[in-house]
Design a protein around this ligand. Structure first.
Ligand SMILES: Nc1ncnc2c1ncn2[C@@H]1O[C@H](COP(=O)(O)OP(=O)(O)O)[C@@H](O)[C@H]1O
Ligand SMILES: C=C(OP(=O)(O)O)C(=O)O
Ligand SMILES: [Ca+2]
Ligand SMILES: [Mn+2]
Length: 659
C-alpha cells in the first residue's frame, strides 16, 4: 500500500509522504519502548512524584533509604508536634480556638485528604466557638524553590519565570522599606535598654496596640486557604544561632526568606522545636487607622519581650530581612557580640575585610569579589570567635546591572533567585536591568552559594581591615583615606552618605544623610554602645580603618561623575593586599584625612579630590559645606562617653573636620 521513499509517495494533499522505516509492517508505531504501567492518566501522574518532602526525616530511613515501618509511629508523632507548634504560633489570643491546620496545598486534594487524616490539629468545637474555629487553614511548610515557583506562578499575579530561570515578582505598592512605620514596643525593660528619641529608629508603641495588630495579622492569615511557614536560622556561628519562623501569605515571601535566611538541613529541621522569634507577615492586609499610633496603612511592629514581629500593609520583602536584623542588633550585644551592617569577605590568605555602608554605597558589590571568598553581603556578627554572617543569602540591587561589570551577581540570577520589580520582555522574558518603570530599587535575592566563591560555612577570623563606604555625591571626600582609630569611630558614628536628587522637582543638589553606625534604621541601642564595641575589637585585633568614597569625583552630582567601579576595585585590592599600608600619605584640609599619593591601576590625580575639580573655589565651598554638616550632625553625640576610656572619647571628638 505505502510506497518506498519520498520520491514516489504522494499524499492526499499532494505533498510528498515521509516514510520513516521500510520494514514491511503496515501499522506505524510511535516508538518501540515498553508502555507505561498505568491504566489511567491519574495513575500515570502518580508515578511522577516520589514521596519526599524537605521535612522528611532521615533518621527513620533504613540503609536503602526506605522509610522503616517500625519508626512510622514516631514520624507521625513528630509531624503532629510540628503542626502543634505552628498551630500555637497561629492561635488567636482572643478566642478559645483558631482554625484547624492541615499540611499541604489545598489544591492537591489527593495528598491533603490523606495527610489531613493524621495531621488535623484536633479541637472539639463547641457551640459557643466562632466559625473561624471550624475552618481549615493549609500550611505550606518549608517548601522547596520549585514548589514555591509553582505556587507563585499559579496564584500570585505578576509572577513569571525570566529567561535565566529567576522568579520575577512584584512587591506591590511598596518597593522599599517604610522606616516611619516601624514601631517597637516600649515596656519596662525596653524603656531603659533601647535608644529612644531624636535620631533613633525606634518609634514607640504600647503592648496593647501591638496585640491589636498581632491579632489583626493572625486573623488575616487564618482567614486564608493557605499560609506559608518557613522555619530557618540566623547566624552561622553555631553558638549564637537563632531559630526564626516566618508566617506569610505569599510564595514570594516564603522563597525570599528561604534564600535570605540560613536553610536548615532535614535533620536540623527535625529538631527545630519552638522558634526563638516569629514574624507574622500579613503583607497586603493593612493596619487599621482607628488603632492607636497608626499613622498610615502600613505598620511594622517589633515586640522584643514576645519575640515577635508583625507586618501589616506592605509586601516589600526587605522589611522581613531588615526587621530580623534589628532583632539581632538587640540580642547579640546582650551576649557581647557586635552586630554589623556590613558586607564581609576573606582573602586566600585568611585576611578578613568588613564593608560598612548605607544602602547603595557598595557593600554587596564590593564584598562580591571574584578573587576573594564571600562571607556575606549585608549583616554580620563579630564575636570572640571571629566574624559570622547572620544570613544565608544576598540581596543585590540590580538597577543597571551588567554581566561585564558584575559577573558574579549577574550569574547568580538563575533558577531559585527572586527578582523583585524588574521589567522584562513579554516574549523572551529577558530582563531589562536599565528599566526603572516599576522602581529604581529593583532587587535580586539569591542563596549565598550562588556566588562561586562563597565561604561555607559563612564564618571567618577577626577582621584585618574595616572599610567605611560613603557615596559622597558632593564629590569632596577622597576616593580612599587611611583612618586612625579615633577617625574610624568618628566616621562610624556619623554614618555619612549622600542621596542624589534624582528627577524630583526642586532638589538640585545632593542631600547629606547621617545614619549612625551606617545603619541607624536597624540599631536598637544607642550608637555609642556599638561604637565602643567596635573600637575595643579593632584595637584588640589590630584592624585598620579606611574611608572609601564610592560616590562622586571631579565635582558634585550633576557636574562630576561617579568614581569608576573599576578604580574603586583597585583601591579595595590595595587595601586587601596590604600594599596601601605601605604607601606615602598626605593630609587633607578640613577633614584631616590621610590620603595615599599613588595606587596601582588608579590615576594618581583623582586621589586628591581638589585636583579633579575644575572650579577650585566651588571645591572649597563644597568641602566646607560638607564639613559643617558633619559638625552639626555630631553635636548630638558630644555628651556621650565611648568605652571605658575618656581619652578615646576626646580623641573621637577631635577626629572630625576642623576649620
Ligand atoms: N565606584 C563604585 N563603587 C561601588 N559601587 C558602585 C560604584 N559605581 C557605581 N556603583 C554601583 O552602586 C551600587 C552599589 O549598590 P550595592 O552594592 O547594592 O550597595 P549596598 O549593598 O551597600 O546597598 C551598585 O549598583 C553598583 O554597581
Ligand atoms: C535591603 C536593604 O539593604 P541594602 O540597600 O543595604 O542592600 C535595605 O536597606 O532595605
Ligand atoms: Ca542597607
Ligand atoms: Mn546590599
Amino acid at each position: 500500500m505505502e510506497s518506498k521513499g519520498i520520491e514516489n509517495g504522494v499524499g492526499r494533499n499532494g505533498l510528498a509522504k515521509i516514510q520513516t522505516q521500510d520494514n514491511g509492517v503496515e501499522v506505524c508505531h510511535d516508538d518501540s519502548a515498553t508502555p507505561v504501567k498505568a491504566t489511567t492518566i491519574d495513575e500515570l501522574h502518580s508515578l511522577q512524584k516520589k514521596k519526599s518532602t524537605p521535612n522528611t526525616p532521615l533518621y527513620n530511613k533504613d540503609a536503602q533509604g526506605n522509610n522503616a515501618f517500625a519508626n512510622n509511629v514516631s514520624e507521625v508523632q513528630r509531624q503532629k508536634q510540628q503542626l502543634q507548634s505552628i498551630s500555637a504560633s497561629l492561635a488567636s489570643l482572643t478566642r478559645e480556638t483558631g482554625p484547624k491546620l492541615v499540611k499541604g496545598d489545598p489544591a492537591s486534594k489527593h495528598e491533603t485528604s490523606k495527610v489531613a487524616h493524621h495531621h488535623v490539629h484536633h479541637v472539639t468545637p463547641t457551640i459557643s466557638v466562632s466559625d473561624s474555629a471550624l475552618k481549615f487553614t493549609h500550611v505550606l511548610y518549608n517548601l522547596s524553590p520549585a514548589e514555591l515557583y509553582e505556587q507563585a506562578i499559579k496564584y500570585e499575579k505578576g509572577s513569571f519565570i525570566t529567561s535565566t530561570g529567576a522568579l520575577a515578582t512584584l512587591s506591590g505598592a511598596k518597593t522599599g522599606r517604610s522606616p516611619k512605620d516601624k514601631r517597637v514596643v516600649k515596656d519596662e525593660t525596653t524603656e531603659d535598654e533601647l535608644w529612644w528619641g531624636k535620631g533613633s529608629p525606634n518609634i514607640e508603641m504600647d503592648e496593647e496596640t501591638f496585640m491589636v495588630n498581632r491579632e489583626r495579622a493572625v486573623d488575616y492569615l487564618n482567614s486564608l486557604d493557605k499560609v506559608f511557614v518557613n522555619d530557618q536560622f540566623l547566624n552561622w556561628d553555631p553558638e549564637h544561632r537563632i531559630k526564626v519562623r516566618i508566617i506569610s501569605a505569599r510564595a514570594y515571601h516564603s522563597l525570599f526568606m528561604h534564600n535570605m535566611c540560613i536553610r536548615p538541613t532535614p535533620e536540623e529541621l527535625e529538631d527545630f522545636g519552638t522558634p526563638d522569634f516569629t514574624i507574622y507577615n500579613a503583607g497586603r492586609f493593612p493596619c487599621n487607622r482607628y488603632t492607636h499610633y497608626m499613622t498610615s496603612s502600613t505598620s511594622i511592629d517589633l515586640n522584643l519581650a514576645r519575640r515577635e514581629m508583625v507586618i501589616l500593609g506592605t509586601q516589600y520583602a526587605g522589611e522581613m530581612k531588615k526587621g530580623l536584623f534589628s532583632v539581632m542588633h538587640y540580642l547579640m550585644p546582650k551576649r557581647q557580640i557586635l552586630s554589623l551592617h556590613s558586607g564581609c569577605n576573606m582573602g586566600k590568605g585568611g585576611d578578613v575585610a568588613l564593608f560598612f555602608g548605607l544602602s547603595g554605597t557598595g557593600k554587596t558589590t564590593l564584598s562580591t569579589d571574584h578573587n576573594r571568598y564571600l562571607i556575606g553581603d549585608d549583616e554580620h556578627c563579630w564575636s570572640e570567635n571571629g566574624v559570622s554572617n547572620i544570613e544565608g543569602g544576598c540581596y543585590a540591587k540590580c538597577i543597571d546591572l551588567s554581566g561585564e561589570k558584575e559577573p558574579d551577581i549577574w550569574n547568580a540570577i538563575k533558577f531559585g533567585t527572586v527578582l523583585e520589580n524588574v521589567v522584562f520582555d513579554e516574549h523572551t522574558r529577558e530582563v531589562d536591568y536599565m528599566d526603572k518603570s516599576v522602581t529604581e530599587n529593583t532587587r535580586a535575592a539569591y542563596p549565598i552559594e550562588y556566588i562561586p566563591n562563597a565561604k561555607i560555612p559563612c564564618v571567618g577570623p577577626h577582621p584585618k581591615n574595616v572599610i567605611l563606604l560613603a557615596c559622597d555625591a558632593f564629590g569632596v571626600l577622597p576616593p580612599v583615606s587611611k583612618l586612625s582609630l579615633a577617625q574610624t569611630m568618628y566616621h562610624f558614628i556619623s554614618g555619612y552618605t549622600a542621596l542624589v536628587a534624582g528627577t524630583e522637582d526642586g532638589i538640585k543638589e545632593p542631600q547629606a544623610t547621617f545614619s549612625a553606625c551606617f545603619g541607624a534604621a536597624f540599631i536598637m541601642l544607642h550608637p555609642t554602645k556599638y561604637a565602643a564595641m567596635l573600637a575595643e575589637k579593632m584595637q584588640k585585633h589590630g584592624a585598620t580603618g579606611w574611608l572609601v568614597n564610592t560616590g562622586w569625583s571631579g565635582g558634585s552630582y550633576g557636574s562630576g561623575n561617579r568614581i569608576k567601579l573599576a578604580y574603586t576595585r583597585r583601591i579595595i585590592d590595595a587595601i586587601h593586599s596590604g600594599s596601601l599600608l605601605e604607601a606615602n600619605y598626605k593630609k587633607t584640609e578640613v577633614f584631616g584625612l590621610e590620603i595615599p599619593t599613588e595606587i596601582e591601576g588608579v590615576p594618581s590625580e583623582i586621589l586628591d579630590p581638589v585636583n579633579t575639580w575644575p572650579d577650585k573655589k566651588a571645591h572649597e565651598e563644597t568641602l566646607l559645606k560638607l564639613g559643617g554638616l558633619f559638625k552639626k550632625n555630631f553635636e548630638g553625640f558630644v555628651n556621650y562617653k565611648i568605652g571605658e576610656d575618656s581619652n578615646l572619647t576626646e580623641e573621637i571628638l577631635a577626629a572630625g573636620p576642623i576649620f
